[in-house]
Design a protein around this ligand. Sequence first.
Ligand SMILES: *Cc1c(COP(=O)(O)O)cnc(C)c1O
Length: 393
Amino acid sequence: MSKYKVDENGYYGNYGGAYIPELLYPNVEELKEAYLRIMNSPDFIQEFRHLLSDYVGRPSPLYFAKRLSEHYKTKIYLKREDLNHTGAHKINNTIGQILLAKRLGKTRIIAETGAGQHGVATATVCALMGLECIVYMGEVDIQRQAPNVARMKLLGATVVPATCGSKTLKDATNEAIRDWINHPENTYYIIGSVVGPHPYPDMVARFQSIISEEMKQQLKEKENNEYPDYVIACVGGGSNAAGAFYHYLDHPEVKLIAAEAAGKGIHSGHSAATSALGKPGIIHGSKTLLMQTEDGQIVEPYSISAGLDYPGVGPVHAHLFETGRAEFISITDDEAVKSAFELCQLEGIIPALESAHALACLSKLNFKPDEVVVINLSGRGDKDLSTYMNFLK
Ligand SMILES: *Cc1c(COP(=O)(O)O)cnc(C)c1O
């Protein structure tokens, strides 16, 4: 039994669990009872693998970044999740969950979204399966993320504004949970990261674990060794990192590096550096590290990258941080943008701002020339062009 995987009670060490309203018990119990059985059934595996290859375009390449490697004097590979259909890793999870929803007989899909990336990935798979799709999104985010709102609508989803509180992600999540309570029979809630009540964090990590499964095979071919010296990934809720770390968790010789968003500086009051600032608390139905005030109010997070703009981390990451299995590095907005520009110019790849936080760890670590470093390039930067344009001279 791995120390870093979920235990039979739904915990990772001190974190995790299912802190949910009484009315959601039947839904969460149904999922808890069924998810492993369904995910391990041959017909599920076949359909999941088929869609990952022919619809998403997997396996995603493991690309040896020659010029970047020369620059940092080590061997750097990029796991190209940016080349997936819809431009990021999120589709791996939404495909998995919609196949599960179908097998549970659900006909209506709900989701919450902040930047709109998870909303787009959910709307995509709902169109693919012909299922109704309702996406809750904060009113402020709807204004900030107009292109993704248009994408969701094109794909046939209904986007419902959350008008309470700060009108951002946590308010959208509250609305989604309220909807789920009101439609427990026919509705499935697709959560977009390794967050939420057990079994969501474990389920999402398993769907995303295809990333490190492929890395192992690809490294075996390229380096004749499945185990790199470093795996580096950014952490918002932590799903791309959970997938990139998954098959390496019990191999301590592989150093795991989590990049989190320091925004304008860890102590600037404009940050999302959860490991540095968080205290144990409950958010979205699980116990984890959470940015909060003395009396337990959630602190509004900030990051230049919408996907990292989250006040907590998934419980698995709280545990990886507490046990020291993963090293957490905080990256400011400016450092991330600088690294994004560097990748554009050295490799001809425009990364997502989230992924640029992982790239920025390169200048914070000391590598030996023959070490193998894998960076999970979680998404492409097209969605961030207007932000990048503000930094072009
Ligand atoms: C959403 C997103 C993230 C952050 O989510 P995780 O669950 O932490 O992976 C990172 N990168 C990209 C490109 C995203 O769209």
